[in-house]
Ligand binder design. Structure first.
Ligand code: ADP
Ligand code: MG
Ligand code: MG
Length: 209
């Protein structure tokens, strides 16, 4: 039978696709100032593909297998830079998980997030301050790794930091990605990838309590 954690992964995949449908227009608008305006569409395509792959997985699939299938579908179907980064990094993070696990042990959560973040850094080659999704993800990862609170609290506090850091990217000028040629038009607006990262990390915090 499916583990409790696998059932949660299936629920999260559906909820996150729904969240991205709700935020699609806004994410497209903030990507249009200096980028190509497709971030909302890309996140919807990616999360819907992930959800579909997870829905179609065998009933007995564990959390690691589900996330691997979801990540692969996301990378393939999203199109765009963020989709490849999200999908491939989810697949990498999935490798740290145990298919038989019934719940998310706190240290396993931090380990999976660290693997996810490392993959984002390695694949994208960006640094903090380049106005990318790393500007919310890396402070989140650090806060989660350093927290002494229980996992639900630690995750929620780290997610609040991620959201704040995404807002703080508004003052920055992009050094990576499609927004770079028109970089100055991006100033005054938050980075789309950092913004969707904050949204998804916040949503994920609702499954731990
Ligand atoms: P594209 O730029 O290919 O149209 P999206 O619009 O879906 O893809 O995603 C844009 C987001 O991707 C940016 O807002 C930024 O957060 C993120 N991004 C772009 N390049 C990189 C990179 N090298 N490393 C990490 N994140 C990146
Ligand atoms: Mg774009
Ligand atoms: Mg694009």
């Amino acid at each position: 039978a499916a583990t409790a954690l696998a059932t949660q992964v299936r629920k999260a995949a559906a909820d996150i696709a729904e969240l991205m449908r709700e935020k699609e227009q806004y994410l497209g608008e903030i990507d249009a100032f200096a980028g190509d305006g497709d971030h909302g569409r890309g996140m919807v395509r990616g999360t819907e593909a992930a959800q579909e792959a997870i829905d179609n997985a065998p009933e007995t699939a564990g959390p690691s297998q589900l996330l691997k299938l979801g990540g692969r579908a996301w990378a393939m179907m999203a199109g765009g830079t963020s989709g490849v980064l999200w999908g491939a990094s989810l697949e990498t993070a999935a490798n740290t998980l145990d298919d038989a696990a019934e719940s998310f042990a706190p240290e396993k959560a931090a380990e999976a997030v660290a693997a996810f973040a490392d993959s984002m850094v390695t694949l994208g080659g960006a640094q903090i301050g380049d106005k990318t999704l790393l500007d919310s993800l890396l402070p989140f990862t650090e806060a989660l790794g350093n927290s002494n609170s229980n996992l639900p609290t630690a995750w929620q506090e780290a997610a609040q930091i991620a959201v704040q850091k995404a807002e703080d990217t508004a003052v920055l000028s992009p050094k990576k990605g499609r927004a770079r040629p028109l970089a100055e038009k991006s100033v005054g607006h938050p980075d789309p990838g950092a913004t969707s990262m904050g949204m998804i990390l916040t949503q994920l915090g609702t499954y731990f309590s």
